[in-house]
Design a protein around this ligand. Structure first.
Ligand code: GAP
Length: 459
């Protein structure tokens, strides 16, 4: 039976637009395909996701070093990585409506993720599409052009003297910034193999097929980590990152039934192993992140193209060798989408009303606390509480509408705690704290609020 998320993409997209998570890019101009802008609530969610990743994989990992490399790199980097020659997608045009699609996506979406086009040649993909009469998702016709390869790297130019221009590329992945800084990080940090370099940053790909909201966009953020190790320890590192990558997702409250490992059927000629973690998105199972055993390929290629030795000298054994790389890579925006789908819930309340509630892990919630005066004439006291709490946490202040409606608004953006200031607060300096998930309420002293919230929102 076909497995499906209970939430639909339409519900997520509408909530995101109406509640300030994510808006269509360049909205007032009618948008621009596969671009999205994060709003005031969405930017907090995404920043919290990136912070959680950095905390887990850099701060709490003693042998991992963070970098923030330039987006524009020497074009030779992309010759060495193979992107200038090989980074393209197999595209087909619908001759009826003129929409363009990736052939591999057509197959995967038609089969609801049960058939992978990963190892297929263009001829095999054309045959599958013909045999299964895969129709155009836009107009429903079966009227395809043959497959053609489209380049995915965005080109821009760097003018030196007027009229003379050099082509440079917007990076299509962040990891090359980690490879080219291998020696810099190793020397400056006196790092010993095994060690890892991690970064979070923007990447760009000329994706022209429909992106399923923020699942596939032309500008996106990646959280990537390269572990440099000895060949003999590399499979242990690979298995270790598989476990850590999965645990990270589980710790963010993603349900285990919505995750599965997917081993690559066809490996690149240099790769020794590769797998993805798939998430059950509303449109079906699809890739959330990847873990790749890349052998010594990346550093060897950069050694060849730069002419600089990328060898590591083991200070104990005096052995010189090029380290093997194990890569762990996850898209921040794709994880935002998974977290949104996972958190979304519609609950029927006593009395028959429904509430939409986002059950985010409290560490990811855009606002940790909402401060709500029961009546407007309590605003002075409520603003004092806001001033106190906003020093530590992202807080919202809301005095508009009935308390019930204000709770509903906070539930929709996943605020884990609502603090209500009432007339008793003026007398005894206590407030009511309402828990988003259980909706239980508790009286807490204002002096204890910071600690009360801090210990409930850690990751
Ligand atoms: N350095 C390896 C690399 O870039 P990838 O599988 O192409 O591997 C890694 O990308 C991750 O980046 C994916 O698992 C996905 O989460 C994210 N990603 C890739 N392309 C994306 C796009 N167009 N939009 C959003 N996220 C994307």
């Amino acid at each position: 039976m076909e497995e499906k998320q209970k939430v639909t993409m339409d519900k997520i997209v509408n909530l995101c637009k109406n509640r300030g998570f994510i808006f269509p890019g360049s909205d007032i101009y009618g948008g621009m395909g596969n671009t999205w802008d994060y709003g005031p609530i969405g930017v907090e969610l995404k920043n919290n996701i990136k912070r959680a990743w950095w905390k887990r994989f850099v701060q709490e990992s003693p042998n991992t070093y963070g970098v923030d490399a330039a987006i524009l790199m020497n074009p030779k980097v992309w010759d060495a990585s193979g992107h200038t020659q090989n980074f393209s997608d197999p595209k087909m045009d619908c001759k009826s409506c003129k929409e363009r699609f990736r052939a591999d996506n057509l197959i995967e979406e038609h089969s609801h993720g049960n058939v992978s086009a990963e190892g297929m040649t263009n001829e095999q993909m054309e045959k599958y599409i013909a045999d299964n009469k895969v129709k155009c998702p836009h107009c429903g016709n079966f009227n395809w052009t043959p497959i053609r390869q489209f380049k995915l790297m965005f080109e821009t130019s760097r003018g030196t003297v007027d009229g003379e221009k050099d082509i440079v590329y917007l990076r299509p992945e962040t990891c090359q910034g980690e490879y080219v800084n291998f020696l810099n990080v190793q020397r400056s940090m006196r790092a010993k193999v095994p060690f890892a370099i991690a970064q979070i940053g923007k990447s760009f790909r000329n994706e022209i097929t429909p992106g399923n909201f923020i699942f596939r966009t032309i500008e996106f953020e990646q959280m990537e980590l390269q572990m440099f190790c000895r060949e003999e320890n590399s499979f242990e590192a690979y298995e270790n990152y598989k476990k850590q990558a999965q645990q990270f997702l589980l710790d963010l409250n993603i349900c285990p039934e919505h995750l599965k490992f997917h081993d690559h059927e066809k490996l690149a000629f240099y790769a020794k192993a590769a797998c993805d973690i798939f998430y059950l998105f509303p449109m079906g199972w699809n890739e959330l992140n990847g873990i790749h055993h890349r052998s010594t390929h990346d550093l060897s290629r950069h050694q060849e193209f730069s002419g600089k030795s990328m060898a590591y000298l083991d200070p104990v054994t005096n052995e010189k060798f090029i380290p093997t790389v194990v890569e762990y890579s996850i898209g921040a925006d794709r994880l935002v989408l998974a977290i949104l789908c996972e958190a979304y819930d519609e609950e029927t309340l006593e009395g028959g009303d429904t509430r939409v509630v986002m059950h985010f892990h409290p560490a990811l919630a855009p606002f940790k606390v909402a401060i709500l005066p029961l009546q407007k004439n309590l605003s002075e006291k409520a603003r004092e509480v806001y001033a106190l709490l906003s020093k530590q946490f992202m807080c919202e202040y809301d005095e508009a509408g009935s308390i019930g409606k204000r709770y509903r608004r906070e539930d929709e953006i996943g605020t884990p705690y609502c603090v209500t200031v009432d007339f008793d607060s003026l007398e005894d300096d206590t407030v009511t704290v309402r828990d988003r998930d259980s909706m239980k309420q508790e009286r807490v002293k204002i002096d204890d609020l910071t600690d009360y919230i801090a210990k409930r929102i850690t990751f």
